[in-house]
Ligand binder design. Structure first.
Ligand SMILES: NC(=O)c1ccc[n+]([C@@H]2O[C@H](COP(=O)([O-])OP(=O)(O)OC[C@H]3O[C@@H](n4cnc5c(N)ncnc54)[C@H](OP(=O)(O)O)[C@@H]3O)[C@@H](O)[C@H]2O)c1
Length: 332
């Protein structure tokens, strides 16, 4: 059993802890929260035995060997550094880090701890339906780009409209649409098509001076991939990958539950399968197999691929943010 410690006690941590429990590969031992009562309440509900409100104490005295970091984005880097230095495997929520400087520092630190694994929790690329899209693209002789959409109204935009600044819409916490739902579409694109040659981002800024929604264009040698993402509207637009006369149609680029392939005659074949109840289960199983058996050649190959993807996505996100002239408070 992998012993798990967690940072963050919001609904996403609950979902991760439930996926970890149902995988039967993880045992939650340790919970950190800014308030001890919150750590105890969350931990007792989920079977943990150790509760901390001091991060040094959590990392140095917690008996876990793997930490899941689901704090506001701007805190990921510092917490990941503490975790690696304390000898823990790191699972960090997307977007892992704010910029290439942070990413490079993490990669350097990992070199001094080769026994430790680092994962970015990009749940979408671990799902069977994403793998079905990858397999279909491999079979298509011509690819001519894609349009990928993930836009969902966030209840926290209600708070923005009421004059508040929730973390996810705050420059102070490295928030905004690109940093949130946009990450999934960038992960889709970089995994399916590689690193683009050029990028442009056209953000729609909101009162808190982050992007509420936006359109990004990733330019490749022979085609473009357009990304639409946002947290201040709901979109019902499907996503598409274009062949020559054939097309892959995806119901939602961030939560892929249905994928249809239309061949050149327009005949439809559904290539997706029913999704797991917990959308984090596929990534949890992937992380567990690498931690449990890192020397298995398949696990080693997959781990290296996810590591490279995390570095590449970090770079593309940063370049998009530069293009959209979005600067976080701590980067000024
Ligand atoms: N994979 C997914 O599907 C998914 C979905 C949602 C979010 N996420 C990612 O998960 C991460 C957390 O997102 P979230 O929306 O849950 O964030 P959040 O609610 O702003 O904060 C998450 C946790 O961090 C702690 N926290 C909140 N404000 C803080 C502050 N000012 N200083 C220090 N700690 C603070 C809180 O835990 P305590 O009160 O216990 O300290 C809170 O439960 C983000 O990176 C986000 O992108 C991923």
């Amino acid at each position: 059993m992998i012993k798990l410690g967690i940072i963050g006690t919001n609904w996403i941590t609950q979902q991760f802890v439930e996926a970890a429990a149902s995988s039967e590969q993880f045992e939650l031992t340790s919970v950190y929260s800014r308030r001890l009562e919150t750590a105890e309440a969350f931990g007792q509900k989920n079977g943990a035995q150790e509760f901390f409100s001091n991060l040094d104490d959590f990392f140095n005295n917690g008996t876990f060997n793997t930490v899941y970091i689901a704090s506001p984005n701007s805190l990921h880097y510092e917490q990941a550094v503490m975790g690696i230095k304390a000898g823990k495997h790191i699972i960090v929520e997307k977007p892992a880090f704010e910029n290439q400087r942070q990413m490079e520092a993490i990669m350097e630190l990992l070199k001094t701890h080769p026994e430790l694994k680092y994962f970015e929790a990009a749940r979408n690329i671990h799902t069977p339906n994403f793998h079905a899209i990858e397999a279909q693209i491999k079979k298509m002789p011509v690819i001519q780009g894609a349009t990928l959409t993930y836009m969902k109204y966030s209840s926290r935009y209600d708070n923005v409209l009421a004059g508040e600044e929730p973390n996810v819409f705050s420059r102070h916490f490295a928030g905004g649409a690109l940093q949130d739902l946009g990450v999934y579409t960038v992960y889709d694109a970089v995994t399916l098509f590689g690193v683009p040659e050029d990028v442009a981002y056209y953000p729609q800024l909101i009162r808190t001076r982050v992007d509420g929604k936006g359109t990004a264009v990733l330019s490749y040698d022979e085609y473009d991939v357009t990304l639409n993402f946002g947290k201040i509207v709901n979109s019902h637009m499907v996503s598409e990958v274009y062949g020559l006369k054939d097309t892959i149609v995806i119901d939602d680029a961030g939560e892929i539950s249905n994928v249809d392939y239309f061949d050149e005659a327009g005949e439809k074949q559904t290539i997706s399968q029913p999704v797991t109840d917990n959308p984090m289960l596929p990534e949890v199983l992937d992380f567990a197999r690498v931690i449990n058996d890192p020397d298995n050649p398949d696990n080693h190959r997959d781990y290296q691929r996810w590591l490279n993807l995390s570095v590449q996505v970090n770079k593309v996100l940063f370049n998009l943010r530069q293009s959209g002239k979005i600067v976080f408070t701590d980067e000024k």
